[in-house]
Design a protein around this ligand. Structure first.
Ligand SMILES: O=C(O)c1ccccc1N[C@@H]1O[C@H](COP(=O)(O)O)[C@@H](O)[C@H]1O
Length: 239
């Protein structure tokens, strides 16, 4: 059973082709104009069409209003929404109802107290994503290449599958997976040669490391993972 890999912040054809070619399960596109990875509606439409059925498209937004969401969804035609701002459970429920798409909610983690948010979001979100809290002065809530103490997640019990993000790269992702029970990993900065510029070799190395890392504790999570994969439409990637 393979670990879910999401490559985020794709804004060019070359980066996207690398992510798809090396077998990413999910590809993320940022609609947040304070990000160096922000894509225009026109570019989103072009890149989205290129993805086809090779991976799941994820639309990342930060506290977006309905009109912006509608425009971005029309352009990209995503299978998932990633909400990376201060969206409440009520807002998540409203977005799910309005747009009919599953939602991945990002939770910023700095210390154990932040994990209380799991109970807050797990009823309405379809998937959770644990990311580092942004460093002070960062102009965006994610995509900063900042990590956090993964041991905080070792005892996490969430009713929904979850991804680990924040400062991951090919050099640390194996350790991150062995210390956590993440269903998958999400990376942006760690597969770039400079901020916002994706690097084919880093994408290849990252995905190869994940594929070479045994998943959790095998039998303990086998059935649960299978159910999750089927729910997410990722069963095709099971090995
Ligand atoms: O990538 C961005 O620019 C971004 C902007 C606003 C919110 C989230 C963003 N990226 C997400 O942040 C995490 C961690 O990224 P990194 O690997 O540490 O750079 C990841 O989920 C990205 O999708």
């Amino acid at each position: 059973m393979s670990t879910l890999v999401k490559i985020c912040g794709l804004s060019t054809q070359d980066g996207l082709d690398a992510a798809l070619g090396y077998g990413a399960d999910m590809v993320g596109f940022v609609f947040f104009d304070r990000s160096p990875r922000h894509v225009s509606l026109e570019m989103a439409a072009r890149l989205g069409e290129r993805v086809g059925s090779r991976a799941r498209k994820v639309l990342l937004t930060v506290n977006a209003d309905d009109a912006s969401l509608a425009a971005a969804i029309a352009a990209l035609d995503p299978q998932w929404l990633q909400l990376h701002g201060s969206e409440t459970p009520e807002r998540i429920a409203a977005i799910r109802a309005s747009f009919g798409l599953p939602v991945m909610k990002a939770i910023g983690v700095g210390d154990a107290a932040d994990l209380a948010q799991i109970r807050f979001f797990e009823a309405t979100a379809d998937m959770l994503l644990f990311d580092a809290k942004p460093p002070q002065g960062a102009g965006r809530p994610g995509g900063n290449g900042a990590g956090f103490d993964w041991s905080l997640l070792s005892a996490v019990e969430a009713k929904k599958p979850w991804l680990l993000a924040g400062g991951l790269d090919a050099g640390n992702v194996a350790a991150a997976l062995s210390q956590t029970r993440a269903h998958g990993v999400d990376v942006s900065s760690g597969v770039e040669s400079s901020v916002g510029v994706k690097d084919r070799d880093k994408i290849a190395a990252f995905i190869a490391q994940v594929r070479a890392t045994p998943r959790c504790n095998g039998a303990k999570f086998g059935r649960e993972d299978q159910a999750v994969d089927e729910k997410l439409g990722l069963a095709r990637r099971r090995v």
